[in-house]
Write a new protein. Structure first.
Length: 53
């Protein structure tokens, strides 16, 4: 499942991960470390919600 940042709209896609910030492709959102932040705006994981689009 994808997750969207409620602040800036950036979408975390687990198929892509966030390799620039140490999150490998295939990493589920729930498995991302709690100190990870949105690469676009810096909001924490609690600023994301499930996205179906």
């Amino acid at each position: 499942m994808k997750y969207i940042c409620t602040v800036c709209g950036w979408i975390y896609d687990p198929e892509l991960g966030d390799p620039d910030n140490g999150i490998d492709a295939g990493t589920a959102f729930k498995d991302i470390p709690d100190d990870w932040v949105c690469p676009e705006c810096g909001v924490g994981k609690d600023g994301f919600e499930p996205y179906e689009g």
